[in-house]
Design a protein. Sequence first.
Length: 407
Amino acid sequence: MRSFLDRLGVPRRINAAGTLTRLGGSLMAPEVLDAMREAASSSVDMAELQSAASRRIAALTGAEAGLVTSGASAGLTLATAACLAGWDAARMAALPDTRGMPARMLMLRTHRNSYDHAVRLAGAQIVDVGHNDRGTGAGVRGVEPWEIESAVDAQTAGFVFVAGAGGAAALPVVIEVMHRHGLPVVVDAAAQLPPASNLHRFVDQGADLVVFSGGKALGGPQASGLLIGRRALVGSALLQMMDMDVHPATWAPAELVDTTRLRGTPLHGIGRGFKVGKEEIAGLLCALERFVARDEAAQVDVWTQRLRAMAVSLGGQPLLRATLREAAPGGRAVPVLDLTIGAEGRPDPTAAAALCRRLQAQARPAHLAEDRLDEGVLTINPLALSPQDDSALVAGLVAALATSPAP
């Protein structure tokens, strides 16, 4: 019998671009799939399951509590909603209408990006802090405490800090100033794994909530994410995501819910559309356990050897030069192979784009990372590249190069 994907007419692609959402994210291990199958064949109380998941996540990350979300973007919206509403059921019911409540979320100007929409979706107004002198080459100064201090007012609800966007040294400064005002700091660390140490790094620094993607390096389901941090804020996020079509007389709140501070039984919250299934919860927990337990150095060695072998196989191609960028402590966590496309080693962005199109038009479509395409460089990222596809990727590259127009 033909496979499900074959019956749909959807080809399996070679993914050397990384754990991109548009390519389906990570490749899940058999143990993760087994956990999801077990959950799928059982009926459970979702509040009990999320509470159990919270305890396990806390044990693995060092946070007070944790929540499985339907992705990092959903995690950002839920984190923002928790900062806006806390345990106030009336505010939960009002969101995204934030009239009458503090709703300004501060961000470093250099951290603004298209995922800001996840913050604004909860009803927050993003306020830029600091200047971009370093980014524009106009100066050497980063954000300073007085700049954050001057932006805080009675309408401020919290701060969103994007990890990996540069200015990592600013996080302790942000936390110190915001905590002095009794305000929470949310860290967007969606793509900051590996290393596994980042699972507790930001909480250890004092962040109140931290968001991670579950469907990337963690190796969990594509539609999953982690929200970890202070118990009260995680509980508020959970309550705004749960199915609340329940009679108040029989409602049994999740253990994360502080009923001493919650007045009444909330309605469906702004996160209701971000519900996460029992299958995703089970799969992400299993993936998280595997990720924490694995030997990171051994995994890096395996990736490096595979990339070196591909570089050797691609040697001698007149329109391609392969350069290994190795992983390093405090630097890149995953080694990659850069492919400079162009005659005689001269980068040619037009040729690189054409090569991508040819690769994706092959019988077995292949994708390379394109974040440096404008420099004439394509990249092989091993995170979502099955070892069985290494030779097929090399063969596809050689065939695509052979059909390149003469320089």
